[in-house]
Design a protein around this ligand. Structure first.
Ligand SMILES: NC(=O)c1ccc[n+]([C@@H]2O[C@H](COP(=O)([O-])OP(=O)(O)OC[C@H]3O[C@@H](n4cnc5c(N)ncnc54)[C@H](OP(=O)(O)O)[C@@H]3O)[C@@H](O)[C@H]2O)c1
Length: 288
């Protein structure tokens, strides 16, 4: 039976990254579909849940992608709402690589540094990667501040994650060097998850910081999101702090995404979102 993956992308044109990784994970055929909203989900789900006999349903799966986290979550909820009884297939949410990127970074970090009780700040945290990184740090026991240029956007992102995952993210504004420095008071960990190619944290704000011990960037498009670190940094000590660049956990992210996609075809009832992807990432790190 052929393994079929339907990519439901909330952007008009589906991304190519997830198609390549899906084939590398062993999928036989990927169907990328763009512009997906909850309104389209009904007939797409019917097409995969009614076509194969119970024992073969696990050979069809859904993968929700796109650049908007809330839109991806709405599609995931609509997909799950269509399932009943055995009429279901496995589904994963990974808008803009959010779950796999965040899980790779945080699981790698958790293996090297205890996170419980630490204060973590996610700069530029309102995008998909920031929301999931904040969530995973909170699930690992850290107290997490998520920043934006706008308090309303930070508050909305925190509210959404808190309601969804039962955590307590705190919003803050970081829109210039003064407010960014204020958001970092007493912080042990800072992670930048701003849009590609933006420096959100200049070196002067972290190099001599009295409490920061870990500095993590997710941006892979120059310039780095954090001044003074290198793309390839992987726990590199700079100014006495452990530094991670956007490519420092890139290999783990890709391996994790392949493992997640492969797992979708092990059973017809998997739902992979932040907690499940984080658990898989932690397992991969333990086995390395
Ligand atoms: N390393 C990897 O394997 C990997 C994988 C996927 C993604 N990434 C990278 O991870 C980062 C986050 O991805 P994402 O998709 O979550 O990001 P995103 O949605 O594109 O942007 C995140 C946030 O950046 C802020 N922002 C946008 N323009 C800005 C500006 N001019 N000045 C200051 N802040 C600005 C916005 O927050 P506010 O408007 O609320 O301030 C936005 O919500 C990106 O750099 C992406 O390239 C890396």
């Amino acid at each position: 039976m052929k393994k079929l993956l339907f990519q439901l992308d909330t952007d008009p044109i589906p991304n190519t990254f997830d198609v390549v990784v899906a084939y590398d994970a062993g999928v036989d055929h990927v169907t990328p579909l763009g512009g997906i909203t909850p309104a389209e989900v009904g007939r797409l789900v019917e097409g995969v849940v009614f076509t194969r006999p119970p024992a073969a349903k696990k050979f069809s799966a859904l993968f929700v992608t796109g650049s908007n986290m809330a839109a991806g979550e709405a599609v995931l909820a609509a997909v799950r709402g269509q399932f009943f009884g055995q009429f279901r297939v496995s589904v994963m949410l990974d808008s803009n690589g959010s779950n796999t990127t965040a899980a790779a970074a945080i699981a790698q970090l958790a293996a090297e540094v205890p996170l419980a009780g630490k204060r973590a700040v996610i700069l530029g945290g309102t995008g998909p990667v920031g929301q999931r990184a904040a969530t995973m740090l909170a699930l690992a026991g850290a107290s997490v501040v998520l920043t934006s240029r706008s308090l309303a956007r930070a508050s909305a992102a925190c509210r959404a994650m808190n309601e969804r995952f039962g955590i307590a993210l705190q919003p803050a504004v970081a829109s210039d060097p003064t407010t960014t420095a204020a958001s970092l008071a007493e912080a042990h960990i800072v992670m930048t998850t701003g849009a590609a190619g933006l420096e959100l944290l200049p070196q002067a704000l972290w190099a001599n910081h009295p409490t920061l011990a870990v500095v993590i960037d997710t941006n892979t498009t120059p310039p780095a999101g954090i001044g003074g670190i290198e793309l390839q940094d992987q726990g590199t000590l700079r100014h006495g702090k452990r530094c991670y660049g956007g490519l420092g956990f890139g290999g783990l992210k890709l391996e994790l995404q392949r493992v997640c996609v492969a797992q979708l075809f092990d059973a017809n009832d998997r739902v992979l979102d932040a907690p499940e992807v984080f658990a898989l990432a932690s397992e991969l790190v333990r086995r390395r």
